[in-house]
Design a protein around this ligand. Sequence first.
Ligand code: PLP
Length: 382
Amino acid sequence: MKRPIYLDCHATTPVDERVLEAMLPYFRESFGNAASVGHFYGWEAEATVKLAREAIANAINATPEEIIFTSGATEANNLALKGVAEAYHQKGRHIITVQTEHSAVLDPCAYLQSLGFEITYLPVKFDGLIDLTELESAIRSDTVLVSVMAANNEIGVLQPIAKIGQICHDRQIVFHSDAAQAIGKIPIDVNAMQIDLMSLTAHKIYGAKGIGALYVRRRPRVSLAPQLHGGGHERGMRSGTLYTPQIVGFAKALEIAIASQAQEQQKALDLREHLWHRLSELDHIILNGHPTQRLAGNINVSFTGINGAALMLALQPVVAVSSGSACTSAKTAPSHVLTCLGHSKELAYASIRFGIGRFNTFNEIETVANHVIASVRSLQQE
Ligand SMILES: *Cc1c(COP(=O)(O)O)cnc(C)c1O
């Protein structure tokens, strides 16, 4: 069977060959535990992790001590939200976030709400962006944390992170950003953007799954209550033996993404523009999210009057994409991001997220465009 063309790079990406090469020695030969202080194997692992940590810190203009390795962005978000809520609860119990955040932010917020914290969920405008004056007016004297993602995983929109950082900084409120989709794809500088906490993950940038990090500002210091207790690794903030191969791969993946950022994002943008240009041959389509303030490799398109499930079935043999339905274990629900934009349940289902990445080619985009156009036309005739 020929594999379908992969256009789901917001879900995950394949490990880059160069990343895999960098990781391999750390599975067998250099397998030490970075916390083993008494022998060569431990020193070797420790030195390796140190270099990787420096590279990751450099990539976002942080210092190495500010990088806390986690199992990914889900864990980083949990550590940021619950860790701040617990550490600052005497100062206040109010948190501000956005309705269109990833579930790895929304679910910890719901959990905190169940513990008695108050959460304000900011709405978004039709273009998917928040209104900064609404953010400002949501801030209260007991607000301890603002959490706004840098790039949305469904519609790719880029929130005005530096402006949000400024607003939070002026009021001395901790600012967290889930940058799982943004890192490596847009320039990120935690100081210029005044970010206090930032969640990262490797597997969206051609690193391996199971590794990520939380950036935690040291000046002025952000306090966090640890959520995993154990051997006191990562300056007490996240216990557990460091996963050396994944960490090495994460650093390598980030280095590659940043070194090739301008060129790679331009290519993704060209492919995306071409795909949108081709899809525009169809009637009744809607581009979801801001037309330009978005990730280069993302378009999210609604096909009005089309049955979403039938469209996905028609696309599956040719292209791997995600639809506007979020499948949980038991039931299917329409994407909360698309319904926040004002879409009906049906229109949310009839939406496709195209995530273009490093390894996609012009010919693939042509094949996909032809197939989507033909599929939609045949469904429109039914
Ligand atoms: C993928 C993703 C996550 C989850 O990251 P994991 O490393 O898979 O836990 C969180 N937030 C956003 C915005 C994402 O795109």
